[in-house]
Design a protein around this ligand. Structure first.
Ligand SMILES: Cc1cc2nc3c(=O)[nH]c(=O)nc-3n(C[C@H](O)[C@H](O)[C@H](O)COP(=O)(O)OP(=O)(O)OC[C@H]3O[C@@H](n4cnc5c(N)ncnc54)[C@H](O)[C@@H]3O)c2cc1C
Length: 411
């Protein structure tokens, strides 16, 4: 039997491990932290957004980005770094900011989204949905300006239900305070929300029960050793490790690890924030998952808490909490949904989205026949985890993919 080492115990590494076991491999998971799911997968927005995939790079985004940077509490912050990787990523991102590339990436991400939805359905047999607060919440994207609303309606081409501002509030009463500033919204059923960290924990428990799972090895991979065009081992803080195949699924840290094998991954850490706020019996929390389009703020009820996620900060590999950003987000949330939760008990968090310039993940082969990638899911890693893992396991096994993978491989 072929053995695989998966590097990284976030939602991508864990799902990769599961689908590799399903494909008949023996699997060891390497994770540097004491717990799985403690990186970007810890307190993300919880959206399983299979149809609203909207790549960040789009026509008009560069101008919009300048506007956002000027606003003190806007959704984007940029701190120039003395790191060429930031500038290369930015140049590639700008090159992708056009309608044609956006359409191409969107259609690929929709295929990946659909595969992910089906794969999550298969996984449900082993990981029951109620064990990670999964809910078929539907998604309502609301627009503040008529211009943005009209443009979105023109793009929907019949998919999604177009609602006036009053209809948005009737559908989701938690939005009632925002009624005067809303232009309208688009509702899609079939989108879900769930607790990504709980999903990681439950999946890790299932992995441990699997007869071919060799366990979670706690250690940090430091270098991918290569010789004669193959990976010959993994140098880790727990010693040297060997397997037939190696999967890199270490979130943003995949960038540095790949570099040790002379592979340049076009990844950049897009820092984001989330707030987790307890919901009291008297609160009017959103039942539907809401996206505030212009402010780029996501709202989801996850179990007994309101989860709010927002912001894209290009400030390097720094996941520390900036009190000013937390205060700005808290202000916006209180203003939009003042009665949704107990804002005196906010628990803030920040994480690094491992993002590619075109928002498409990188799945599958590298220049080494026994080194594989599952990286770059960026703002939608929870959404795409199951589909990406399925594609990865198929690629290693040599199965024909369910759709052409152009745009989802190392370019
Ligand atoms: C604020 C915010 C909101 C988000 N909201 C959503 C959302 O609503 N829906 C959605 O689909 N996605 C969302 N995302 C994106 C999603 O969280 C990420 O895409 C996803 O978590 C990435 O998973 P990962 O496994 O690649 O990375 P991680 O979760 O970071 O996992 C990588 C793991 O690898 C380990 N590791 C790193 N280096 C090494 C090493 N050298 N050796 C061993 N182990 C190592 C790390 O400790 C970590 O556990 C959001 C992200 C953020 C930051």
């Amino acid at each position: 039997m072929q053995e695989v080492i998966v590097i990284g115990g976030g939602v991508i590494g864990l799902t990769s491990a599961w689908w590799l076991l399903e494909a008949g491999y023996g699997v060891t998971l390497l994770e540097r932290e004491a717990d799985v799911g403690s990186g970007a997968s810890y307190r993300n927005g919880g959206q399983l957004s299979y149809r609203y995939v909207s790549p960040l790079a789009d026509q008009g985004v560069p101008l919009k980005a300048l506007e956002w940077m000027i606003q003190g509490d806007g959704p984007l912050r940029f701190k120039p770094e003395a790191d060429l990787r930031q500038w290369c990523w930015l140049a590639k991102f700008l090159a992708n900011c056009n309608a044609a590339d956006n359409r191409k990436t969107t259609s690929k991400l929709l295929e990946l989204g659909e595969l992910s939805r089906r794969a999550m359905g298969e996984l449900e047999l082993a990981v029951p949905l109620d064990q990670f607060a999964w809910r078929n919440a539907g998604k309502l994207v609301v627009y503040r300006s008529k211009k943005a609303f009209d443009a979105a309606v023109a793009k929907t081409s019949g998919a999604g239900e177009v609602l006036s501002a009053a209809e948005c509030v009737a559908r989701e009463p938690a939005l009632s305070a925002a009624l005067p500033v809303l232009a309208g919204g688009i509702f899609n059923e079939g989108e879900a929300v769930a607790d990504c960290h709980a999903f990681c924990e439950v999946l890790a428990a299932r992995l441990k029960e699997h007869p071919r799972f060799r366990g979670v090895m706690h250690g940090e991979a430091r270098r991918i050793a290569v010789n004669n065009g193959r990976v010959t081992g993994l140098d880790t803080t727990a010693g040297m490790l060997w397997a037939d195949n190696y999967v890199l699924a270490a979130g943003i840290q995949s960038r540095d690890l790949a570099a040790t094998a002379e592979i340049a991954l076009p990844l950049y850490p897009l820092k984001g924030y989330s707030l987790t706020v307890p919901i009291r019996a008297t609160d009017v929390a959103p039942e539907i998952s809401v996206t505030d389009f212009e402010r780029k703020v996501l709202y989801a009820r996850i179990g007994d808490s309101l989860r709010v996620a927002a912001m894209v900060d290009m400030v390097g590999e720094d996941a520390s909490l900036d009190p000013k950003r937390v205060a700005a987000l808290t202000r916006q949330v209180r203003e939009t949904m003042p009665n949704a939760a107990d804002y005196d008990r906010i628990s803030p968090w920040a994480g690094l989205r491992p993002a590619t310039p075109d928002s498409a993940p990188i799945i599958g082969a590298t220049k080494y026949p026994n080194l594989w990638l599952n990286v770059g899911q960026g703002p939608l890693g929870f959404t795409f985890a199951c589909g990406s893992a399925k594609l990865l396991a198929g690629a290693i096994k040599g199965d024909a993919p369910p759709f052409p993978l152009d745009g989802l491989t190392l370019r």
